[in-house]
Design a protein around this ligand. Structure first.
Ligand SMILES: [Zn+2]
Length: 172
């Protein structure tokens, strides 16, 4: 994301990737103390770049190369299990988190679903010139322009206000 004019990568360590998975509502693996968790950072950045390129191409109606994303989909290791919970059966998904790719596979799945099924009229890039974020416009009017009103939308309003002031004073 942008912080003022600088591009800041919020993913700087394996812990950052785990934190992001949790925040975004993806399954987070639990590691035993003895087992060394797989190195997630490089894989997460690599998948992120591939998804970003696929989004940009898809937005232009062009074919992107899904080879990297497909590698993550291929690494997915999960299976259904019938479990007894609160006096009844439920089906639960068990995920085997053996590799970085298998841990990040649900993100690849979500991206594949978006690229396949989303209405790309509503998948937009934030209009702020220096912002790199994308969002899906779920507003009723479909006129959303910024990733966040608090940051980019507000910055736009302040800049427009300053410009009006400048135009006004130069006219006098
Ligand atoms: Zn933005």
């Amino acid at each position: 994301m942008r912080v003022r004019e600088d591009l800041v990568d919020l993913l700087q360590s394996n812990e950052d990737v785990l934190r992001w998975l949790k925040q975004a509502g993806f399954p987070v693996p639990a590691f035993s103390r003895k087992a060394k968790p797989p190195a997630l950072l490089g894989s997460a950045r690599c998948l992120r770049e591939n998804i970003r390129r696929l989004l940009e191409k898809r937005k232009l109606g062009k074919r992107g190369d899904p080879a990297i994303l497909n590698r993550f989909l291929m690494a997915d290791r999960n299976y259904a299990q019938l479990m007894w919970r609160k006096s009844r059966f439920t089906i639960e998904t068990v995920r085997l988190h053996e590799t970085a790719e298998s841990i990040l596979a649900p993100i690849a799945e979500a991206a594949a679903d978006l690229l396949t099924n989303a209405n790309f009229e509503l998948v937009k890039r934030c209009e702020a010139r220096t912002c790199v974020s994308w969002f899906c416009d779920r507003t009723r009017s479909h006129r959303r322009r910024w990733c966040s009103i608090e940051t980019c939308g507000n910055r736009h309003k302040v800049a427009a206000y300053r410009k009006r002031l400048r135009d006004h004073s130069s006219r006098r």
